[in-house]
Design a protein around this ligand. Sequence first.
Ligand SMILES: C[S@@+](CC[C@H](N)C(=O)[O-])C[C@H]1O[C@@H](n2cnc3c(N)ncnc32)[C@H](O)[C@@H]1O
Length: 226
Amino acid sequence: MKKRLKPKEIFPGVFEIKGNPATKNLNPGNKVYSEPLIEIDKTEYRTWNPNRSKISAAIKKGLKEFPIKEKSQILYLGAAEGTTISHLSDIVGAEGIIYGVDISARSMRKFVYLCEQRPNIVPILADASQPNSYKEHIESFSVDVLTQDVSQKNQAEIFLKNSRIYLKRDGYGLLSIKARSIHSTKPVEELVQEEVKKMQNEFEILQIVSLHPYEKEHAMIYCKKK
Ligand SMILES: C[S@@+](CC[C@H](N)C(=O)[O-])C[C@H]1O[C@@H](n2cnc3c(N)ncnc32)[C@H](O)[C@@H]1O
């Protein structure tokens, strides 16, 4: 007899199905990238591919807590075409909001289309290293979670600048570190520790997760604003 699929809720709004994270589709019948849709008991889930999303990779690699839930307000730096944001949009639901910032006009075109399908995402074409430049687009100056995935040399500095303006006290951060954007040869652990040092005055570091093998030479820093 065929075994019935049963989603296991690993964090509020995040499920495990067939060994991978998945979210309930806020826009049923529609895919965002090539993610498989799975229907179980009349609910449609979207498989959250850890090879396409660093947050999904961090969950697969043992992230112990997950700060994003229904109604969360999020500032997301490095939105690209919205692959990861689409899953966060599933989780925060109609009463949550995600401000997605990206510098690339090319990515933004596809991202804006996604935002039209999902009213809980606000697209912002801007440079994340100039956080004052997008103040007018962000209604809330105290988001619950700041997430960042930008391929730049000064990743901790960009994260800190944004957190000082937009992240509430006791708010959480998920900072994805791309080691090779910072230095071409230094060991990843050393580079991550250098970024952590820059953050420690203002953030409590809760967990550092290597994203290998889903993303080589990347780590996720999970932290809480002091
Ligand atoms: C690896 S991609 C992000 C993928 C995305 N987070 C996801 O999982 O769906 C990195 C993105 O950072 C953006 N980026 C690089 N520098 C930036 C900056 N200074 N400000 C805003 N976005 C930037 C790039 O345009 C690119 O879309």
